[in-house]
Design a protein around this ligand. Structure first.
Ligand SMILES: Nc1ncnc2c1ncn2[C@@H]1O[C@H](COP(=O)(O)OP(=O)(O)OP(=O)(O)O)[C@@H](O)[C@H]1O
Length: 337
């Protein structure tokens, strides 16, 4: 388990002080894939780099499996870090070394025998699907292949935790998906806890169990991915979610509406419910479906519909209250003029 308590990181350059992370407390459970989301400058990298002490916190603690990393000696910290792998946006491979040697590097440093190194590297390359690139150099690899080498290298010392710093941001969508599937496989087969930072909600939707949303060095919202998608509380979280759900309505639809537009979100079990037909039968309103989709997040359906309700104002209001009660997730987007 990773426990972050009241973490603060302030960068000082000359007389200027920049707050990288402001009083963050967070618990990440064993075996979880935990996402940290936020715009550029929100403090994601700083927080991630404090987890393995690449950045030393100004105050606060980081405990991994009960051990407070801020209290360790340099040597103890070096040993603790072997159990925390890390991968990077730009891979950070050694250009003059082959794929094999890039992965073997950490094992040599840990004093493993030649035979052990050969077996381990071969196993890792098989895991990431790069056996045939064993003797290639980084310049001969695609971006996705380079990240696979980065992942194999990060797993060399059998870490319990894998930190991913924008690991897919330099990759095209197809390759991103393959790398995310690989991370999921590693999480499931090896039981490794994964903490990833990203500004792409699509990445979160694909593989994370829980997420924290960061703004100005603070966590403004944290929870299970499905719950956050179904019921975000903060406007920033909502805008991240909307970006991936592609819910923007064409302007002419909003302009030419005749009634009240409402966005309806059905959660899990309610997704197949008959809430709309019940509403239309119970109230004197007409309903047009303007936009609709069902998203599957962590294999659970999240239904999203935009309805135009036309009718007497008080009847529309009663219809909205009814749907609110039945679904728990309803938003009035725009009132008719
Ligand atoms: N080494 C540093 N020295 C001074 N200020 C820094 C340093 N690293 C980060 N900062 C500042 O700390 C704040 C948080 O930066 P950080 O890189 O953690 O954000 P981020 O969310 O990861 O953004 P990005 O996605 O652009 O990397 C920013 O204001 C940034 O300018």
């Amino acid at each position: 388990m990773i426990e972050i308590q009241n973490l603060v990181k302030i960068y000082e350059s000359g007389k200027q002080k920049v707050k990288g992370v402001q009083d963050v407390s967070l618990t990440i459970n064993d075996g979880e894939i935990f996402g940290i989301v936020g715009y550029s400058g929100a403090g994601k990298s700083t927080l991630l780099r404090c987890i393995n002490m690449l950045e030393w916190p100004t105050s606060g603690n980081v405990k991994i499996d009960g051990v407070d990393l801020t209290s360790l000696s340099r040597q103890e910290l070096r040993r603790a870090r072997q159990k925390i792998g890390m991968i990077f946006q730009h891979f950070h491979l050694v250009r003059s070394k082959t794929v094999f040697d890039n992965v073997a590097f950490a094992l040599k440093a840990a004093g493993k025998s030649k035979q052990e190194i050969r077996n381990k590297v071969d196993d890792l390359l098989e895991m990431v699907g790069l056996q045939d690139k064993r003797d290639a150099y980084p310049s001969q690899l695609s971006g996705g292949q380079k990240q696979r080498v980065g992942i194999a290298r990060a797993l060399a010392n059998d870490p319990n935790v894998l930190l991913c710093d924008e690991a897919t941001s330099a990759l095209d969508p197809g390759t991103t998906r393959q790398i995310l599937l690989l991370l999921k496989k590693i999480n499931q087969e090896l039981g490794i806890t994964i903490v990833l930072i990203t500004h792409e909600m699509g990445v979160v939707k694909e593989i994370c169990d829980r997420i924290a949303v960061m703004q100005d060095g603070k966590i403004i919202e944290c929870g299970e991915v499905y719950e956050l998608f179904a019921r975000p509380e903060e406007p920033l979280t909502r805008s991240f979610i909307d970006s991936v759900l592609q819910l923007e309505l064409p302007e002419h639809l909003v302009k030419n509406r005749r009634g009240t537009l409402v966005r309806l979100q059905y959660r899990g079990e309610a997704a197949s419910d008959t809430v709309i037909s019940d509403m239309l039968q119970s109230f004197r309103v007409k309903g047009n479906i303007i936009h609709g989709k069902i998203e599957y997040i962590q294999n659970k359906p999240l239904g999203i519909l935009v309805l135009e309700l036309i009718g007497d104002e008080s009847e529309v209001k009663r219809a909205i209250d009814f749907m609110h009660e039945r679904t728990g997730g309803l938003e009035v987007i725009e009132h008719a003029a």
